[in-house]
Ligand binder design. Sequence first.
Ligand SMILES: *[C@@H]1O[C@H](CO)[C@@H](O)[C@H](O)[C@H]1NC(C)=O
Ligand SMILES: *[C@@H]1O[C@H](CO)[C@@H](O)[C@H](O)[C@H]1NC(C)=O
Ligand SMILES: *[C@@H]1O[C@H](CO)[C@@H](O)[C@H](O)[C@H]1NC(C)=O
Ligand SMILES: *[C@@H]1O[C@H](CO)[C@@H](O)[C@H](O)[C@H]1NC(C)=O
Ligand SMILES: *[C@@H]1O[C@H](CO)[C@@H](O)[C@H](O)[C@H]1NC(C)=O
Ligand SMILES: *[C@@H]1O[C@H](CO)[C@@H](O)[C@H](O)[C@H]1NC(C)=O
Ligand SMILES: *[C@@H]1O[C@H](CO)[C@@H](O)[C@H](O)[C@H]1NC(C)=O
Length: 526
Amino acid sequence: MAKLSLPYLLATLVAYAAADGEVLRHPKQPCAHLKAPCIPGAEIISINGTELWNYTVSAVPGLLPSPVTGLDVCAVDVVLTHPGAHDKVLVKVWMPLEGWNGRFQANGGVGFAAGELDLTLGPTIKQGYSSASTDAGVGFNPSSPEAWALRPDGSVNRDALINFSYRSVHDMALIGKEITKQFYGQKPKYSYWNGCSTGGRQAMVAAQRYPDLFDGILAGAPAIYWTTYVIAEQWPQVVMKMEKSFPSPCELKVFTDAAIAECDGLDGVVDGVINDPDVCHFNPYALVGRKIPCDGMNVTITEATASVVQKVFQGPFGPDGESRWYGLNPGAALDSLTNTNVTHGKRVGAPFFVNDAWIRYWIAKDPNYDLSKINYSTLDRLFAQSDKEYDAIIGTDNPNLSGFQKSGGKLLMWHGLSDQLIFPKGTVEYRNRVERLMGGSEKVNEFFRLFLAPGVDHCAGTPSLGAVPTDPLAALVNWVENKRAPPNLAAEIAGSQGGARIICPYPQIAQYIGGDTKSANSFKCV
Ligand SMILES: *[C@@H]1O[C@H](CO)[C@@H](O)[C@H](O)[C@H]1NC(C)=O
Ligand SMILES: *[C@@H]1O[C@H](CO)[C@@H](O)[C@H](O)[C@H]1NC(C)=O
Ligand SMILES: *[C@@H]1O[C@H](CO)[C@@H](O)[C@H](O)[C@H]1NC(C)=O
Ligand SMILES: *[C@@H]1O[C@H](CO)[C@@H](O)[C@H](O)[C@H]1NC(C)=O
Ligand SMILES: *[C@@H]1O[C@H](CO)[C@@H](O)[C@H](O)[C@H]1NC(C)=O
Ligand SMILES: *[C@@H]1O[C@H](CO)[C@@H](O)[C@H](O)[C@H]1NC(C)=O
Ligand SMILES: *[C@@H]1O[C@H](CO)[C@@H](O)[C@H](O)[C@H]1NC(C)=O
């Protein structure tokens, strides 16, 4: 059992107590008698509240690792439409039948889904919150927007994209808070947003567009700069085509492992993690000629393969040599974006589903568009087109957070430095732009802190060697309700290696100061 730090324990105690120290609250209104809330611009088609006792939300691989059991919940389905538009939006609001902690928490989505519905509602009300999640009117299919991206006539459904991108965040928050108030006879004392990836982008929608909706916003691995970074996700595929080398996952892993082997010890702790990728200058060409066992064969690393990896680290650049976006950090797994498969005995590129769908539906506006034809100059044009057509809708990278700052909100953002899907350097760039616009690092730290977690993959979704933040939401709650800004985040290393760490607020990093490397006390932020 890893040692837990005192600040973490305190933050956790605070977060699980009721919002104001009073006894936990009970419903004032029967669940079945809740009335449709009034939402400007929308018409409620139906509202249906049902008491569920000892309810179980089943596990779903990749989304909810273990089932959530023993839920006693008032589950409300609100279906609304926008007059004149033949849309149907589902907002689900769940509230604990007993032991409400006085807080509301809205949860974000994943991939092409605006919300995970029961998969976040269950865990959230289990912690005593009332909670909401929405499908934004585009249904629930995280892996494909096929059902809603284009209209029947083949044109882009901009309305649906707008609802998915931001409008639904607003409607859901209003409905969730209003239903919560009816049910318990009082408003939530504090409101929170919690999401990672698409949910992290929606977090920033709230901070940028609707600064009064939430007191605290937790944004994990935010999919901001969407129109740029999603095109950059296609870069490794184009590089493989142009360099005429399609390395298999086991070849790519040799590069990831070699980068870690070279840079792991730079921080004085050999733990399989690159603490600061910025000081790691791993050179993929050093592996050229090395023979490795791979797919049951002996493979020799070629110059072309090293060149692919080098360009993936470097990130996309145009014919002018100018950088278009960032690359992945050394130490990150490469096989999601540089993915391939074997078709008819030949290894070919296999784009990640997010860039694949974005380019086919929204950029080419052709579900059958062949991405394997994209060369360097085509990709370069896609950057410009994606940005021009959609940045105002889904970019979510406005650094002017003055509205949120004025409303007294707190924003806690975190991102794994070995994220292989969303480039952590983009998140750092956003933070730097906020600093430049809003008076520098110290001023910004008063309401927005960024934590970069070494060795952690996208939303900590795959087992990582790095320490994963244990409960960033608890740290946010403590910040909002007790004005205790988190000096660091408690984090834990999973698996046999084990150990506790701290994650430091950007631009600080955790430095080893001696002692047991499994103890958080052996590190300090510098
Ligand atoms: C209300 O919700 C319950 C449980 O979610 C469901 O079984 C029922 O069919 C719904 N009723 C209506 C009228 O939608
Ligand atoms: C709650 O449901 C579980 C199964 O999920 C069952 O084992 C348990 O007996 C139930 N508890 C009550 C009090 O009904
Ligand atoms: C999105 O919401 C707007 C109004 O807010 C509505 O006019 C439109 O039909 C909706 N579209 C979809 C596809 O949900
Ligand atoms: C790979 O090389 C090793 C050592 O050179 C050899 O023992 C082994 O049989 C080779 N494997 C294959 C599949 O060729
Ligand atoms: C390989 O990937 C391509 C591109 O995504 C896809 O069209 C094809 O069906 C995949 N083939 C296999 C065997 O998975
Ligand atoms: C890139 O692809 C486009 C469109 O298929 C083609 O017109 C162009 O000649 C290609 N450029 C290069 C340098 O191959
Ligand atoms: C930020 O936005 C506010 C309005 O929300 C505006 O008054 C202010 O001038 C903006 N600040 C900058 C530096 O653009």
